[in-house]
Design a protein around this ligand. Structure first.
Ligand SMILES: Nc1nc2c(ncn2[C@@H]2O[C@H](COP(=O)(O)OP(=O)(O)O)[C@@H](O)[C@H]2O)c(=O)[nH]1
Ligand SMILES: [Mg+2]
Length: 218
């Protein structure tokens, strides 16, 4: 079975719970206090819809002084978890700039992305209503919105798996286009193909396809 590796970037204002969410997802642990300046990446293997994938998750610390650094990981990231805290309105508004930057750098308004409103266990300190966050997610083109609690490990897997699924879909669609392009190239090259058929026991063209590329759209 082919195993794909996907790069996820966790972004958001300082203190919203990016590191706690990442630690819960990757290691199933609750870490009360995390060094806010630590930026690190973690690997985790998961199965999504019967497919094994390895996730490389970058937990950003937002301390980078050089926007070039941020651009670099936005370029290499394939999916983005944009985290705010339901106890801080400014942490939600900060996501707009991040999202704009991602869309610009990836040159793709449909880039795999989820919005995460963390600290749902602190409902009595809530200042961002579900409706408000949902309106933002709608205005970004029906982006999926999850309310999570890293503390209680609520909805954590769901948010990451949703993102992973979006990346897989995008990847499959891109592979299909690549395959179709290869197919039309093969059509053009047909004459040289014909005298080779007996080597391939009649599976014309098929053996030329690189292994591991899936043609299915989920
Ligand atoms: N009550 C509550 N506190 C949280 C939750 N997630 C993180 N925190 C707290 O918020 C603070 C910042 O968390 P951290 O993961 O370091 O934030 P980061 O700067 O975004 O990485 C810490 O004191 C955590 O204990 C949560 O889901 N619920
Ligand atoms: Mg952190």
């Amino acid at each position: 079975m082919s195993q794909r590796e996907y790069h996820i970037v966790v972004l958001g204002a300082g203190g919203v719970g990016k590191s706690c969410l990442t630690a819960q997802f990757v290691q199933n642990v609750w870490i009360e206090s995390y060094d806010p300046t630590i930026e690190d990446s973690y690997r985790k293997q998961i199965e999504v819809d019967g497919k094994q994938c390895i996730l490389e998750i970058l937990d950003t610390a937002g301390t980078e002084q050089f926007t070039a650094m941020r651009e670099l990981y936005m370029k290499s990231g394939q999916g983005f978890l944009l985290v705010f805290s339901i106890t801080s309105l400014s942490s939600l508004t900060e996501l707009h700039e991040l999202r704009d930057q991602i869309v610009r750098i990836k040159d793709d308004p449909q880039v795999p992305l989820v919005i995460v409103g963390n600290k749902s266990d602190l409902d009595d300190e809530r200042v961002v209503s579900r409706a408000r966050a949902f309106a933002v997610s709608q205005s970004w083109g029906n982006v999926h919105y999850y309310e999570t609690s890293a503390r209680r490990r609520a909805n954590v897997d769901e948010a990451f798996v949703d993102l992973c699924r979006q990346i897989i879909r995008k990847d499959a669609a891109t592979s299909t286009i690549r395959d179709m392009e290869r197919g039309s190239r093969r059509q053009r090259d047909r004459p040289s193909h014909r005298h080779r058929t007996h080597h391939h026991r009649g599976h014309r063209g098929r053996s030329q396809r690189p292994q591991g590329i899936s043609c299915s759209i989920l």
